[in-house]
Design a protein around this ligand. Structure first.
Ligand SMILES: NC(=O)C1=CN([C@@H]2O[C@H](COP(=O)(O)OP(=O)(O)OC[C@H]3O[C@@H](n4cnc5c(N)ncnc54)[C@H](OP(=O)(O)O)[C@@H]3O)[C@@H](O)[C@H]2O)C=CC1
Ligand SMILES: O=C(CO)[C@H](O)[C@H](O)COP(=O)(O)O
Length: 514
């Protein structure tokens, strides 16, 4: 048996796996690779040999046993395979691969699941595989194809000792941001990758067991709402102003120079100026069918928020917006029957209205991130993690899909107050929303009056208005619950925790103290 030479192994050579392998190889690590379908591995190796300067560091294996034997001990093996398990009893590709690896591994070997696994599955796997002598570690990976290739944001969670052994590789391949400004340092050159000496890596230990995958899931929940908000801004410019995609592209390009500067605005700018590759007389966006897919992370974020009673309504709204988009046939039929407002309401000056949309987008985005961070704050209590929100925001500044200038502001907010209850309470965000709220309200009102659906703008605004309201109408709701179900209520004039009930069927309706 030849001496093991690879520093790390990776299983799962789809888009993310292939690019992570090349990223590790660019940074000088020898990587063993394996894929269930051998031809995929063989094609990849051929392509790497033809095109990549780091080809000599990528080693393909058709047999799992050879793959494992080629990795230096204690072995580190990254899984980048489909992840679908949600309930603790579900077993998916991650379990199938881990089960196959188990008899081939030695004590101290480490499996790192880099897929979008549900955090509950990661908690279950860490325990289950520990009992079999395998160290199982979860790490969120974000950045899509290009991020994986030249610097993703990496969110590792699990055994701290396992993290120490993974850290040199993870820090090397992660995206880097400028240590002073927090701005991403981007270079897309395989022969000259961005190094740790040049900037701060967008990775760091998140917490025990499923913490890394939980944070990645919330990242995706934020990604959902971020994307939906941009879509609503686009839709308003399209439906109310009647702008063409290339005109909107110019607006987004301008926005990208200010507070909204982000990867998602940048790609939107590019998409909107793109012509249909099959018919250049049309814009690409106009030929894409309006039905959104989803793989589950946004839904899991919303379910987790509902489970813990956290008001992440705008994030859930973004998931429902995708669901509504998916019932295309039903919507087309309904559009023949259901009528909107009879008359259009004028939006006034076009330039001013576009500026209002920008402000509405920024204010909504602030609320969306407030909800995401509020959710993580609750999750740390629920799952006994000790999350560092400043560090998480800092990690999101580069590499990942939600990377944005704005994340430096969140990093600063948590540096000022690590225990900040809600981002909206930070001076910068409070002032930003105060400044933008008139425009935000105008945009939502005009959308409603004109029958243009803006579920994310509107629910973010409802969140803001509810969060800043000391007395909500749930006094009446509690009275209703007490009336029909004897569910009891607390009183404004009595200490919290004291419970009362009115004996509603009784003629005098006496109050009972419980
Ligand atoms: N695509 C993206 O932008 C991002 C994806 N992710 C996550 O990263 C992971 C990989 O994503 P992506 O690269 O898109 O690939 P996919 O999610 O499409 O997964 C495809 C890979 O999984 C392997 N696979 C599927 N089922 C099994 C099985 N039962 N046993 C062994 N291998 C199996 C496939 O092997 P085979 O070739 O044999 O079918 C292939 O290598 C996923 O968890 C995804 O959610 C995370 C961030 C971004
Ligand atoms: O994790 C990702 C980005 O961060 C993946 O691209 C994920 O698939 C996005 O979610 P969805 O497919 O549900 O839109």
């Amino acid at each position: 048996m030849p001496e093991p030479t690879s520093d790390i192994g990776l299983i799962g050579l789809a888009v993310m796996g292939q690019n992570l392998v090349l990223n590790m190889a660019d940074h000088g690590f020898d990587v063993a690779v394996y894929n269930r379908t051998t031809s995929v591995m063989e094609d990849f190796i051929k392509e790497v040999e033809a095109e990549q300067p780091s080809a000599s560091r990528v080693h393909g294996h058709a047999e799992l046993a050879d793959f494992v034997a080629s990795i230096k001990c204690p072995r580190k093996i990254v899984l980048m395979v489909q992840s679908t398990a949600v309930a603790s009893t579900d077993r998916d590709a991650v379990d199938k691969v881990t089960d196959q690896l188990e008899p081939l591994l030695q004590e101290g070997d480490l499996i790192i699941d880099g897929g979008n696994s549900n955090w509950n599955a990661t908690i279950r796997r860490e325990k289950e595989y520990a009992a079999k002598g395998i160290r199982f570690f979860g790490s969120g990976v974000s950045g899509g194809e290009l991020g994986a290739r030249f610097g993703p944001s990496l969110m590792p969670g699990g055994d701290p000792e396992a993290w120490e052994s993974l850290k040199p590789i993870w820090e090397a391949i992660a995206a880097k941001v400028d240590r002073e400004t927090g701005k991403p340092i981007e270079r897309f050159d395989p022969s000259n990758p961005v190094t740790l000496e040049e900037g701060e890596p967008c990775t760091g230990y998140i917490g025990a067991n499923g913490a890394g995958h939980y944070v990645k899931m919330v990242h995706n929940g934020i990604e959902y709402i971020d994307m939906q908000l941009i879509c609503e801004a686009y839709f308003l410019m399209k439906q109310l102003i009647g702008m063409q995609p290339d005109e909107m592209s110019q607006v987004f390009a301008r926005w990208n120079e200010g507070d909204l500067d982000s990867f998602l605005i940048e790609i939107t700018t590019d998409i909107l100026q793109q012509r249909d590759p099959t018919d250049p007389s049309r814009f690409f966006v106009d030929v894409v069918l309006d039905t959104a897919g989803q793989k589950g992370t946004g839904k899991w974020t919303s379910i987790s928020a509902l489970d813990m009673g956290i008001p992440a309504n705008a994030m859930a709204e973004a998931v429902f917006a995708r669901c509504l988009s998916a019932i295309k046939d039903e919507r087309v039929a309904a559009s023949e029957v259901l009528r909107g407002p009879a008359e259009a309401v004028d939006f006034g000056d076009q330039g001013e209205f576009i500026e209002n949309i920008r402000e509405a987008l920024y204010c909504s985005k602030i609320c969306a991130y407030a909800q995401g961070f509020q959710l993580m704050r609750e999750a740390q209590n629920e799952f006994d993690w000790d999350l560092d929100f400043g560090q998480i925001a800092a990690m999101f500044r580069g590499g990942c899909i939600i990377r944005a200038r704005f994340l430096q502001k969140i990093t600063d907010a948590y540096a000022e107050d690590p225990k900040l209850a809600n981002l909206l309470l930070n001076d910068y965000f409070n002032e930003a929303v105060n400044k933008g709220q008139a425009a935000w309200r105008k945009v939502v009102s005009l959308a409603v009056l004109n029958g243009v659906a803006v579920p994310a703008f509107a629910s973010a605004l409802a969140y803001f208005d509810s969060y800043r309201t000391a007395t909500l109408p749930q006094n009446l709701l509690q009275a209703q619950r007490d009336y029909f179900g004897a569910h009891t209520y607390e009183r404004v004039d009595r200490p919290r925790g004291e419970k009362f009930h009115v004996d509603w069927p009784e003629e005098n309706r006496p109050q009972l103290t419980l």
